[in-house]
Design a protein around this ligand. Structure first.
Ligand SMILES: Cc1cc2nc3c(=O)[nH]c(=O)nc-3n(C[C@H](O)[C@H](O)[C@H](O)COP(=O)(O)O)c2cc1C
Length: 188
């Protein structure tokens, strides 16, 4: 096995989400994988969105957005939201949605979990805006929870890999985080 240099534009496996934002007073939904939690307290999440996307316009209009976690049963709808822009076609009727405390971040009721976010900071990158939002409310169905937290074994979230553009499901549980490392044998 040889360790070689490869193309720089590589990605690590990413969770698939759908961003909801009101644009000109109407809900729009866009698929996003460049998304990550970035702060614990207050809880913050960041999503990188192309400057030209309709969703970016909506986030600037209202300073709010939602991050929705689709399950595998929404695979086709999720991919559609990443293929078609709200500039070309109305995506407001694709899902049942509702509003929370902000009143302007449409949350998808068909998704097991939706996070309602208030924009706290925008970082301008060459292609994207990195929108950092504070999670002000989370809506979840009790069926998908264990001990009050999301149970991803039940939720069946989607993952995506690039550049091959494939969707994947979550694999098996292989260890307890923040615990298994204690079994490390260190020679000091
Ligand atoms: C699986 C998948 C993931 C995507 N992730 C992102 C992303 O993280 N950021 C982004 O700007 N575009 C992403 N896209 C592309 C946008 O979802 C796509 O351009 C969409 O049509 C934009 O919609 P809008 O113009 O209505 O906002 C993704 C597309 C797919 C299919």
């Amino acid at each position: 096995m040889n360790r070689i240099s490869i193309e720089k534009n590589v990605y690590i496996p990413m969770p698939v989400t759908i961003v909801g934002a009101n644009v000109e007073g109407k809900p729009n939904f866009m698929t996003a994988v460049w998304v990550s939690r970035v702060n614990s307290n207050p809880p913050m999440i960041a999503v990188a969105i192309g400057k030209e996307h309709y969703t970016s316009k909506g986030i600037f209009e209202n300073n709010t957005f939602s991050i929705n976690v689709p399950a595998q049963d929404l695979l086709v709808e999720t991919d559609y939201c990443g293929l078609i822009s709200g500039k070309e076609r109305d995506k407001s009727q694709l899902f049942e949605f509702c509003y929370g405390v902000t009143g302007t971040a449409p949350m998808i009721k068909d998704c097991p979990i939706s996070m309602e976010c208030k924009l706290v900071q925008t970082v301008e990158l060459p292609d994207n805006h990195l929108f950092i939002g504070e999670i002000v409310r989370v809506a979840a169905y009790d069926f998908f929870l264990r001990g009050g937290s999301p149970d991803y074994k039940k939720i069946h979230p989607l993952l995506m890999t690039l550049p091959d553009s494939n969707y994947w499901s979550l694999g098996e549980h292989i260890g307890d985080a923040h615990k298994i490392g204690k079994f490390m044998k260190v020679n000091v």
